[in-house]
Design a protein around this ligand. Structure first.
Ligand code: CA
Length: 384
C-alpha cells in the first residue's frame, strides 16, 4: 500500500566552523567550512534530511534564503513522496531566477530530504528506489593537496601523498592551478615520492586556466597515467573542453558547476567531457542525479559524482553511486570512485552516528532505509 504523507515543516540549519588553518584551492582561500542542511518533517512522524552544496567560498545563507522564502512555502501540505513532480514544480517556479548555482543547490537539498523520507516510508535504501544497487561498496580517492602558503609547496605535498598512501588510498586527486610551472613541479615531486607504488593520480585545476595554459599543463602531464584531468577551463567554455578532449590523451572531467538535465544536455551533446561530475547537493538532488545518469549513459559518458559536502551529502552520494550503471559494460568494467575529501572539516565526522569509514581500501554503502544515516542533533545544534 502506498503510504499517505504530508509535509508539515521545512527547516534549514546553517552550520559554520572556522578553520584553524585556512587552505587554498585555485579560486581562493577557504577559512570556514559551512553547510546548509534541510530538515523536512511529515505528519507521519518521518523526518528527512538533505544538504544544499556549499563550496568553500560560498555563503550558506543564499540557498537557505531560497528554501525559506521560495520553496518551503510551496511545499507545505504536499506529498513528499511525489519526488519527480515536486522537482519540476520547484524548477519551473525558479526557472527565471534559478537554473544554476545556489538556487539549484536549494532544490537539491530539498530533493535529497524528500528521497530520505521516501526511503524511510517504503523501508528501503534510496539505491533500491533508484532501481537497485549495482555495487555494495566503492573505492574512495583522496582529494587533498590544498595549499597552505600558495606556491613552492612541492616537498610538503609529496609528503602528503605518502601519508594518503599510508592511510590506504591508492587513488589521489591533486589540486593544481597555482601557476603552470609550480603545478608541474608539484606533480613531479609527488610522482618521485610515490616511486613505484601502485597509485593512480588525477588532477583538478578548478578552472584556473584558459585553453592555452590548460593544454600546456595537460601536455606536460601526458605520461603520468592520470585517470582524469578535472575542470581544465571555466564551465562556460564548453568548446574549450571539447578542444582539450580532442587534443589531450587523458580523460577530461567536469560538471561540478553544472546543473540539472538541461545543463548536462549542453555539456554532453557538445562532446565536451569523458566523465561528468555532478554534485548531488547542487545538480538538483537525487531526482536530477537520476536524470543526468541516464542522459550520460545515452552519450557513453562516465558519471563520477563530485563530493565535498558534509556527512549528509556523502550519504546521498553513496546511495547514488550504488545505482549508477557501468558506463561501458564488461566483466572488469571501470567502476565509479568516491571522492573522499581529506581537508579539514570540523563537523563532518560528528554529524551522524555512523561516519563513513574506509576499511581495506573500500567504503561500504549503507543499506538502511533512506540515506541510511542517523543525524546527531547535538552536533547540528553545536555548529548552528
Ligand atoms: Ca573539483
Amino acid at each position: 500500500m502506498i503510504p499517505k504523507l504530508k509535509i508539515t515543516e521545512i527547516k534549514t540549519h546553517i552550520l559554520k566552523s572556522p578553520l584553524e588553518t585556512p587552505f587554498a584551492f585555485s579560486q581562493g582561500w577557504v577559512s570556514t567550512r559551512s553547510a546548509t542542511l534541510i530538515e523536512i518533517r511529515t505528519d507521519a512522524g518521518i523526518t528527512g534530511w538533505g544538504e544544499a552544496f556549499c563550496q568553500g567560498l560560498e555563503v550558506p545563507e543564499i540557498a537557505a534564503a531560497a528554501i525559506e522564502n521560495c520553496f518551503a512555502p510551496m511545499l507545505i501540505g504536499d506529498n513528499p513522496l511525489d519526488t519527480e513532480r515536486l522537482w519540476f514544480a520547484m524548477y519551473n517556479r525558479s526557472r527565471d531566477f534559478g537554473r544554476k548555482g545556489a538556487v539549484m543547490a536549494a532544490i537539491s537539498g530539498i530533493d535529497i530530504a524528500l528521497w530520505d523520507i521516501a526511503g524511510k516510508a517504503y523501508d528501503q535504501p534510496i539505491s533500491q528506489l533508484l532501481g537497485g544497487a549495482f555495487r555494495s561498496n566503492v573505492q574512495p580517492y583522496a582529494t587533498g593537496f590544498y595549499r597552505i602558503t600558495g606556491q613552492g609547496e612541492q616537498a610538503r605535498l609529496a609528503d602528503e601523498a605518502l601519508q594518503h598512501y599510508e592511510n590506504g588510498f591508492r587513488l589521489m586527486k591533486v589540486k593544481l592551478g597555482f601557476g603552470l610551472q609550480d603545478d608541474i613541479d608539484v606533480m613531479h615531486a609527488i610522482k618521485t615520492a610515490l616511486g613505484s607504488k601502485d597509485v593512480t593520480l588525477m588532477v583538478d585545476t578548478n578552472h584556473a586556466y584558459g585553453r592555452n595554459e590548460a593544454l600546456m599543463l595537460g601536455t606536460a602531464l601526458a605520461d603520468m597515467g592520470l585517470r582524469w584531468y578535472e575542470e581544465p577551463v571555466v564551465p562556460e567554455d564548453i568548446d574549450g573542453y571539447r578542444e582539450l578532449r580532442t587534443r589531450l590523451p587523458m580523460a577530461i572531467a567536469g560538471g561540478e558547476n553544472e546543473h540539472s538535465l538541461y545543463g548536462f544536455k549542453s555539456l554532453l551533446s557538445a562532446g565536451a567531457v569523458d566523465i561528468v561530475q555532478p554534485d548531488i547537493g547542487s545538480c538538483g538532488g537525487l531526482t536530477a542525479a537520476r536524470h543526468i545518469t541516464i542522459l550520460a549513459q545515452a552519450f557513453g559518458v562516465e558519471v563520477n559524482p563530485h563530493v565535498w559536502g558534509s556527512a549528509v551529502a556523502q550519504a546521498a552520494s553513496l546511495q547514488w553511486i550504488a545505482a549508477i550503471p557501468d558506463a561501458h559494460h564488461s566483466i572488469f568494467a571501470r567502476q565509479p570512485i568516491l571522492e573522499y575529501d581529506q581537508s579539514a572539516h570540523p563537523f563532518r565526522r560528528e554529524l551522524t552516528t555512523t561516519p563513513i569509514e574506509m576499511i581495506d581500501g573500500t567504503v561500504e554503502i549503507p543499506d538502511a532505509p533512506g540515506l541510511g544515516i542517523e543525524m546527531r542533533l547535538d552536533t547540528v545544534a553545536a555548529y548552528s
